[in-house]
Ligand binder design. Structure first.
Ligand code: NAD
Ligand code: IPM
Ligand code: MN
Length: 367
């Protein structure tokens, strides 16, 4: 079997800091589990703009199309805020998602027992939480045309368009139903069919797809009510499927159920490639965190868990993914906390690299 290939794009801000810890984990699997990857690294986001004048060079895009999986850190930063929209760091990420056609973004929110006390919600609301948000990632208002800022009369108008085709809804819904079948067979679809035609179509198509999955209990919720229910009693959900923008908002909210945005991984999956593996990119849900970048404070767990998702979804290494997730559970149970997991008055946080080292030690202990 050929060595699987992995393109690493650390990006900006804390991206390279958390990715350095993932590199330790990748090296560990090579040395201790005979699981080696052909790893290459490249630029995306602001750092790519600084070097090439574009947030994603065509060569990098081509590489991303060829590898078995892409692992991305984070992009963006205040120094790029005034750039023209077409070259903003975030455009690099959006181009990767669109051109690789990564339509299904899996954002699991799991509350580790050791962090149940730390959540801003009551312990019994979040303890044992394990939900999966499936966010449509390549369409909707993020990409719909027309868009832009135009002159109208004596003022400017900002325009974005929410747009979904039946086939775009169908494929992401199927993905969510398949996941639900492997989990607790419950799927909640969220849109705003009460005010948006795209939401009406979304509900119709999801209902239709549901006929192929009679074992899955399907429900529908308006996305605003869904946000409320996520905070009120999140354990009522198993899998949630929703559009690009609602999924962005709902997954950040879900992150706080788990204690910190620094905990949430994601997998963005497309259609299967010739080798049967899905086109895939893995990235933490959080951004480049300019407020803590360069200080060794970032929590690397979201990025490490994203690599665990790569092991599971791209490389058929479910048992090794579980080993890595268990190592993180151990480290948290042993009391290792980066600053984001301690709160305002938190004392003695560990640094990003100390957290990475603790994960490696727990992996060693798992052998
Ligand atoms: P952010 O996720 O970067 O940060 C939000 C808050 O969470 C900050 O207080 C930050 O310190 C904290 N945080 C995030 N990740 C953390 C981690 N791993 N450990 C500890 N604390 C963490 O969101 P933002 O501040 O709204 O955006 C900053 C930049 O990142 C923007 O340019 C934005 O566009 C970009 N962004 C990129 C991605 C991505 O690359 N996938 C995702 C979201 C935001
Ligand atoms: C995310 C981010 C991105 C999004 C940005 C950085 C383009 O917020 O991955 O959640 O809005 O999708
Ligand atoms: Mn987001």
């Amino acid at each position: 079997m050929t060595t699987p290939s992995l393109l690493i794009l650390p990006g900006d801000g804390i991206g390279p800091e958390v990715m350095a810890e993932v590199r330790k984990v990748i090296d560990w699997f090579g040395a201790k589990r005979d699981l080696t990857f052909d790893v290459s690294e490249d630029l995306v986001g602001g750092c790519a703009y600084d070097k090439h004048g574009t947030p994603l060079h065509d060569d990098t895009m081509a590489k991303a199309q060829e590898v078995d999986a892409v692992l991305l850190g984070a992009v963006g930063g205040p120094q790029y805020d005034s750039l023209d929209f077409s070259v903003k760091p975030e455009r690099g990420l959006l181009r990767l998602r669109k051109e690789m056609d990564l339509f299904a973004n899996l954002r699991p929110a799991q509350c580790f027992d050791a962090l149940a006390d730390f959540s801003s919600l009551k312990k019994d609301v979040v303890a044992g939480l394990d939900i999966m948000i499936v966010r449509e990632l390549t369409s909707g208002i993020y990409f719909g045309e027309p868009r832009g800022i135009i002159e109208e009369g004596n003022e400017r108008v900002g325009i974005n368009t929410q747009r979904y085709t039946e086939s775009e809804i169908d494929r992401v819904a199927r993905n969510a139903f398949e996941l639900a079948m492997k989990r607790n067979k419950k799927l909640c679809s969220m849109e705003k069919a009460n005010v948006m035609e795209s939401g009406v179509l979304w509900r119709e198509v999801v209902t239709e797809v549901g006929k192929d999955y009679p074992e899955v209990e399907l429900s529908h919720m308006y996305a605003d009510a869904g946000a409320m229910q996520l905070c009120r009693w999140p354990k009522q959900f198993d899998v949630i499927v929703t559009d690009n923008l609602f999924g962005d908002l709902l997954s950040d909210a879900a992150a706080m159920l788990t204690g910190s945005l620094g905990m949430l991984p994601s997998a963005s999956l497309g259609a299967p490639m010739a080798n049967g593996r899905p086109k895939a990119m893995y990235e933490p849900v959080h951004g480049s965190a300019p407020d803590i970048a360069g200080q060794g404070k970032a929590n690397p767990i979201a990025c490490v868990l994203s690599f665990a998702m790569a092991l599971r979804y791209s490389f058929d290494q479910g048992a090794e993914a579980t080993r890595l997730e268990k190592a993180i559970e151990t480290v948290l149970a042993d009391g290792y906390r980066t600053a984001d997991l301690l709160g305002e008055e938190g004392k003695d946080p560990v640094s990003t690299s100390q957290m990475g080292d603790a994960i490696i030690a727990a992996l060693d202990a798992s052998l």
